[in-house]
Design a protein around this ligand. Structure first.
Ligand SMILES: Cc1ncc(COP(=O)(O)O)c(C=O)c1O
Length: 475
């Protein structure tokens, strides 16, 4: 039963006011279908009015189908009272509007509910069916049982235990020598980028991004009113010679370019750092999915190669664990880190200590490393299978781009334009096959291509999914 909040502002027309307020609560979804209302006696008592006034209002709502009275049980919001169907009535016009920057329809928030596609080659999704939920539950349980110690507000940087665990993880897996105090825990890479955009960028500042590139990153800078400049990417990564002469920052994905899947060569990394020095720019290095590396000898992250303090390194547990955790981190030089901590405090003070502490325990007990090891073998098989099928069966239409890490790969399209690729993608979707088009990630002129994620597609579904794609391409 709900504790219904009604306010009666005068002593006349009371039944009408009760009727209006309950009806509005139902139509706006505040009282969902099936909710049990307090009895007329309780309502009358709490409002200090006669019971028959309340009964009159409730009877009216029952007669109109908003409520259902079940004899001897109570009064419930009717299952037919669908707020969505009537929301047009209730979303009355209002003089309130957002500032112009937020008035348009961008960015469109993706709708991710519903059944996943049968052949799920979407990017950015890890295989949640293989996640070690029992171990995760145990660590959540440990924290929740001790929650009285952790249930209060905490510092914006995130728990020291988690920062220490991340520092160790980065030392072992990426060769980064960092300590817990160099790190800020964030709600994913996306929040790290959004905070960085706040503390680094003034309106009109130039921020260079890879093209094609990761749209959510670009948006963080656009919505901080930066001038975003697209820079082409080739087989060695971002084309440094095409970077603007001066910029406030450049955002790159050197370990596994999104979406082309190439790895930035050492020569390019060195050139990029030289450019950053000359341009006075910060380099934002997004290393979002290279816990999964397949054989190739690692190349040092920009953060390791840099000796000028210009690189900010961001990472995520969205691929190595689950996107739903919303945990990532940012490794920044002290002056910037201090501003980031204050920006985080302004934004939301800090993230969920419960999740973050459970994660610290999970990493310390070796579950992250074990899960990554297991999944690396699995993902490598998927990558190999897809690369093999593309190599053998899709030439001359598609030319796969070699990829040595992460959860997706791309293939250039020979002799097909972006429109053709978009038509393939749409035809695939009708057949339950979800793939991406490079064009969807582009700002300027880029070569057409397809993007194939393998985080969410089991090995056993790859052949049939790609067979359907081939039939469409060849038709
Ligand atoms: C390039 C890139 N960066 C970062 C992320 C992860 O972001 P988050 O940590 O906000 O989930 C993704 C996910 O797909 C990505 O593709």
């Amino acid at each position: 039963m709900v504790d219904l909040h009604l306010t009666l502002d005068e002593q006349s027309g009371l039944a009408r006011q009760i009727y209006d307020q309950i009806r509005r609560a139902i139509l706006t979804g505040r009282l969902p279908a099936g909710t049990r209302l307090p009895s007329s006696r309780e309502l009358a008592q709490s409002l200090g009015i006669a019971r028959n006034t309340v009964t009159a209002a409730l009877d009216h709502l029952v007669a109109e189908g908003y409520l259902q009275a079940r004899a001897g049980v109570g009064t419930f919001v009717s299952p037919d009272a669908d707020p969505a169907a009537r929301s047009a009535q209730t979303s009355r016009s209002s003089p309130l509007t957002p500032v112009p920057l937020w008035r348009g329809e961008t960015p469109q928030v993706p709708v991710l509910d519903g059944e996943p596609p049968a052949y799920d080659f979407r990017t950015g999704l890890p295989d949640d069916s293989r996640f070690p939920y029992p171990a995760w539950r145990r660590h959540v349980d440990v924290v929740v049982r001790r929650s009285s110690r952790y249930a209060v507000y905490a510092g914006p940087a995130g728990p020291p235990a988690l920062r220490a665990a991340i520092a160790r993880h980065l030392g072992v897996s990426r060769g980064l020598s960092v300590g817990p105090d160099d790190l800020l825990v964030t709600d994913g890479v996306q929040q790290a980028l959004s905070l960085l955009a706040q503390v680094l960028v003034e309106p009109g500042d130039v921020v260079a991004v890879e093209d094609p590139g990761y749209p959510p990153a670009r948006r963080a800078f656009e919505f901080a009113r930066a001038t975003v400049v697209p820079v082409p990417v080739d087989e060695q990564g971002i084309v440094v010679d095409r970077l603007p002469v001066r910029a406030t920052a450049v955002y790159v994905t050197p370990a596994h370019q999104f979406p082309l899947g190439v790895r930035m060569s050492l020569a390019r990394r060195t050139a990029l750092l030289e450019w950053a020095r000359a341009a006075g720019a910060a380099v934002i290095e997004d290393d979002y999915d290279t816990d999964f590396r397949y054989g190739a000898r690692p190349i040092d992250p920009l953060h390791v190669l840099d000796d000028s303090g210009r690189v900010v390194y961001v990472g995520s547990f969205s691929k190595s664990m689950l996107p739903a955790l919303r945990v990532g981190y940012c490794l920044a030089p002290p002056a910037l880190l201090d501003a980031l901590l204050r920006a985080r405090f302004v934004a939301d003070w800090h993230g969920s200590s419960l999740t973050q502490l459970a994660l610290a325990g999970f990493i310390d007990d070796g579950h992250l490393a074990a899960h990554v090891r297991r999944m690396r073998r699995e993902y490598e098989q998927r990558r190999d299978r897809i690369a093999m099928l593309l190599d053998e069966g899709f030439r001359p239409h598609l030319r796969p781009i070699p990829t040595v890490a992460g959860l997706h790969l791309a293939a250039r399209c020979e002799g097909a334009g972006h429109d053709t690729v978009a038509a393939w993608v749409a035809a695939c979707a009708k057949q339950g096959v979800a793939i991406g088009s490079v064009g969807d990630y582009a700002l300027g002129e880029v070569e057409p291509g397809v993007v194939i994620g393998f985080g969410a597609v089991p090995v056993g579904r790859i052949d049939e999914g790609l067979r359907r794609l081939r039939t469409i391409i060849e038709s």
